[in-house]
Write a protein that binds this ligand. Structure first.
Ligand code: UD1
Length: 421
C-alpha cells in the first residue's frame, strides 16, 4: 500500500486548479440510466470512486468510456441488461445506491445491495426507501439486498423527508423525473451537487423547479433524452486546498473556486484570520499576520459548514491560538483523524460528537494512518505545517476523492512525495 511523505516546508505560493466535484459526478453518472440516449459529462474528476461507479454502470449494461485523460465521461444506457447492483461493488462505495431511483424509474424494478456501514457511521437508507415508497414503489429487504418494484410505474406524490439527506434527495428527484404526475419533495437537501444534478436533468428534458431550496417540484415526463453537461467545481477539494495557505502561510489562488460554493466555510476562515478574495479566475487565500485564531465550528447540511471539511478544519485549528470546539452533527463517528493528529502533538479531547481542540504553536511530524477520505487529507495538511517528516499510510482513501494531490501541492511549493510500496 502506498504512503505519502510530507515535510513541513514553510509558505505555499502559486495556483491550484480545482477539479469537477466527485459527489456531483457520482450522482450525474447514474442519471444516464434514465435515458436511452447518450449522456456526456465534461470536467469529470479522475478518481477511483468514479472508476467504481463506471464498473457499476457497466455491470448493468451501460456503455461507459472516458476521453481526454478521464475528464470526459461518455455514457449510453440504450440497452440495460441487468437491474442488480451487486454487493461486491456497492460495498466499496456507498454512492452506488444512487442507481436505485433511476433504475426503478426506467425499468420499474431494481435490486440494490444495502451498502452497510462505513468508517464514519451507520449510514442507513431508510430515507431513500421512504421517498421511493411515497412514489408507489414496493421495497423489501432480502438477503442484504433491497428489492424494489414499481407495479404500473411510479406516481408523483407529496413527500416530506425527516432529514435533508443528500443521497435520498438525489434518488427521489431522479426517480420522480419519469413518474406520472407531479412530485413535491419537502425538506429536500440544498447542496450545490443537487443543483448541478437538476441542471443536467433539465438538459435531458426533465421538468424541475426549486432546486437549491428545501422544496423541489418535479413534473414527470414520459422520457428523457441525451445531453452534455459540465460537472460543477468540487467545493470540498476547493475548501481543502484553501486550508493549505491558511495552515502554512503564503498566498494561493484556487482556480475555478467561487465564494457561493463555500460561504459558511469562508466565514469561519475569516474569523480565524484568513483572507479570501474572489478573483476573475477563482479564490485567492492568504493568512493575515500572526497566528490563526481559534473558532468554533458546527457541521450542518448546506448552506451550513460541510461535514466533509471538518477534518481539514480541525488540522488548521490544531495550531490556532486558543481553544476551538468542533461539533459534528451529520455523522456519528467522524473524529477518527483526532487520535492521528494527537500523534503529531495536537491537543484534542473528543466527547461524543464534540471535539475540543487547544491549539499548539507547532505540530511535529509522525507516522500516521488515514482512516477515511477526508481524514487522510487532513493529515497531509497537518504534515505540511508540522516540523519534520509525516508519513501518511493507507492513501487509497485519498485516491477516492483527490486527483493528483502530490502534483497540485508540489506546484505551490510543498515538499510532498508518494512512496510506492
Ligand atoms: C453525501 C456525500 C458525502 C457527505 C454527505 C453529507 C456523496 C456521494 N456523498 O453523502 O460526502 O458527507 O452527503 O453532506 O454525495 N441518513 C439516514 N438515512 C438515510 C440517508 C442518510 O439516516 O436514508 C443519515 C446518514 O447516516 C448521515 C446523514 O443522514 O448521518 C447524512 O447523510 P446523507 O446526506 O444522505 O449523505 P450521503 O448522501 O450518504
Amino acid at each position: 500500500m502506498d504512503s505519502i511523505l510530507v515535510t513541513g516546508n514553510g509558505e505555499l505560493n502559486g495556483q491550484i486548479p480545482i477539479a469537477g466535484a466527485k459527489n456531483a459526478c457520482l450522482t450525474l453518472m447514474p442519471a444516464t440510466l434514465l435515458s436511452e440516449e447518450p449522456l456526456t459529462l465534461t470536467n469529470a474528476p479522475r478518481l477511483s470512486d468514479i472508476k467504481t461507479m463506471t464498473a457499476l454502470l457497466q455491470s448493468l449494461g451501460a456503455e461507459v468510456s472516458t476521453l481526454q485523460d478521464g475528464q470526459v465521461i461518455a455514457m449510453s444506457s440504450h440497452d440495460l441488461t441487468s437491474h442488480t447492483a451487486d454487493y461486491d461493488i456497492v460495498r466499496k462505495m456507498r454512492a452506488s445506491n444512487l442507481v436505485l431511483g433511476p433504475m426503478l424509474a426506467r425499468l420499474g424494478q431494481a435490486i440494490v445491495s444495502l451498502p452497510g456501514g462505513c468508517a464514519i457511521g451507520a449510514r442507513p437508507m431508510d430515507l431513500h426507501i421512504e421517498g421511493l415508497e411515497a412514489l408507489g414503489a414496493e421495497i423489501e429487504l432480502k438477503d442484504g439486498y433491497l428489492h424494489a418494484v414499481a407495479r404500473g410505474g411510479l406516481k408523483g406524490a407529496v413527500h416530506e423527508m425527516r432529514f435533508a439527506s443528500v443521497g435520498a434527495t438525489e434518488n427521489i428527484v431522479m426517480a420522480a423525473t419519469l413518474a406520472k404526475g407531479t412530485t413535491v419533495l419537502k425538506n429536500a437537501a440544498r447542496e450545490p451537487e443537487i443543483v448541478d444534478l437538476v441542471d443536467c436533468l433539465r438538459k435531458m428534458g426533465a421538468q424541475i423547479a426549486g432546486e437549491g431550496t428545501s422544496t423541489i417540484e418535479i413534473q414527470g415526463v414520459d422520457r428523457l433524452h441525451g445531453a452534455t453537461h459540465q460537472v460543477v467545481t468540487d467545493r470540498i477539494e476547493l475548501g481543502t486546498y484553501m486550508l493549505a495557505p491558511a495552515i502554512c502561510g503564503g498566498e494561493v489562488e484556487l482556480l475555478g473556486g467561487r465564494l457561493s460554493l463555500v460561504g459558511a466555510f469562508v466565514e469561519k476562515l475569516d474569523a480565524a484570520g484568513i483572507d479570501v478574495e474572489e478573483t476573475a479566475k477563482g479564490l485567492k487565500v492568504r493568512r493575515r499576520n500572526g497566528r490563526v485564531q481559534a473558532v468554533d465550528v458546527t457541521t450542518e447540511p448546506f448552506p451550513g459548514f460541510p461535514t466533509d471539511l471538518q477534518a481539514q478544519m480541525m488540522a488548521l485549528l490544531c495550531t490556532a491560538e486558543g481553544t476551538s470546539v468542533l461539533e459534528e452533527k451529520i455523522f456519528e463517528n467522524r473524529f477518527m483523524h483526532a487520535p492521528e493528529l494527537t500523534r503529531m502533538g495536537a491537543h484534542i479531547d473528543v466527547q461524543g460528537g464534540t471535539a475540543t481542540v487547544t491549539g499548539v504553536e507547532r505540530l511535529k511530524g509522525a507516522p500516521v494512518m488515514a482512516t477515511d477520505l477526508r481524514a487522510s487529507v487532513s493529515l497531509i495538511l497537518a504534515g505540511l505545517a508540522a516540523e519534520g517528516e509525516t508519513v501518511v499510510s493507507r492513501v487509497y482513501h485519498l485516491d477516492r476523492g483527490y486527483e493528483h494531490v502530490v502534483r497540485k501541492l508540489e506546484g505551490v511549493g510543498a515538499k510532498i512525495e508518494r512512496i510506492k510500496s
